[in-house]
Design a protein around this ligand. Structure first.
Ligand SMILES: C[S@@+](CC[C@H](N)C(=O)[O-])C[C@H]1O[C@@H](n2cnc3c(N)ncnc32)[C@H](O)[C@@H]1O
Length: 228
């Protein structure tokens, strides 16, 4: 475990960047000088606090996030890892559009927050990266899904995350108000014994859920199917 003073100062630096993004609502990309409104795609601060708390509550030290954008959710997840205190903690981030669409702003804010040694970025679609991680034998303690948002992509994300996390692991999913996402989650709830552990208040922008993956073995008969 890291000394408490080190944890506090590292967390303060991350919080400083989060607060600046909240106050200004925009940032300039070092890569090309372009100005970006970070609020357009980012989660709300309330959701960020929930993500950070889930990391601490689960004592997670290996987290994975699908969809970096401006790094807002990544900052909260890294803050949770810092507060969990494992010096070997690691946050893996997937986003194939970071350079093209976001002028590397997400990577920029993570560097500013001093968490370069904590995160690992992959310029890849989650639907390709997750099966490759599985093949490599990688494992994670907690996941956050906020990437492609379409039913089929989210279904695949959840399918692979269910194998990359331990039984009873936590997967947080943003935009649960979207029908495609709700339907994808529904399969795992109805057919695979996943559970909803927490649901956000339904506000107009973001609705998120915390899912707990199945604890028991998957012993379904091949004819077993529940409409979802
Ligand atoms: C809503 S934004 C994420 C916002 C971020 N979680 C935050 O609150 O700071 C969605 C992100 O997912 C990325 N994305 C889209 N399709 C993806 C995929 N197949 N795999 C990984 N990331 C993807 C986009 O480039 C975008 O950065």
């Amino acid at each position: 475990m890291k000394p408490e003073s080190h944890i506090a100062s590292t967390s303060d630096r991350v919080r400083g960047v989060i607060n600046r993004l909240i106050e200004k609502g925009s940032m300039i990309a070092d890569a090309d000088g372009s100005k970006h409104d970070v609020r357009t795609v980012s989660i709300s601060p309330r959701e960020g606090e929930a993500l950070s708390e889930w990391v601490v509550r689960e004592n997670a030290s290996r987290t994975i996030e699908i969809g970096l954008a401006y790094g807002f959710s990544a900052l909260y997840l890294c803050d949770g890892l810092i507060r969990s205190g494992d010096p070997a903690a690691r946050h893996v981030v997937l986003d194939p559009f970071q350079a093209g669409r976001f002028a590397n702003c997400g990577l920029q804010v993570l560097e500013e927050a001093g968490v370069s040694s904590l995160f690992e970025y992959h310029d890849q679609m989650s639907q390709l990266a997750l099966p490759a991680f599985l093949e490599e034998g990688r494992r994670f303690d907690l996941a956050f899904v906020d990437g492609n948002h379409r039913f089929d992509a989210v279904f695949l994300d959840l399918f692979y995350l269910g194998r990359l996390l331990p039984r009873g692991g936590v997967v947080l999913v943003d935009d649960y108000n979207l029908p495609g996402i709700r339907r994808a989650v529904s399969f795992f709830l109805t057919n695979l014994d996943w559970r909803i552990e927490e649901k956000s208040e339904l506000d107009d922008e973001h609705h998120w859920v915390a899912l707990r993956t199945a604890i028991a073995d998957d012993n379904r008969h091949f004819r077993y199917f529940v409409e979802f």
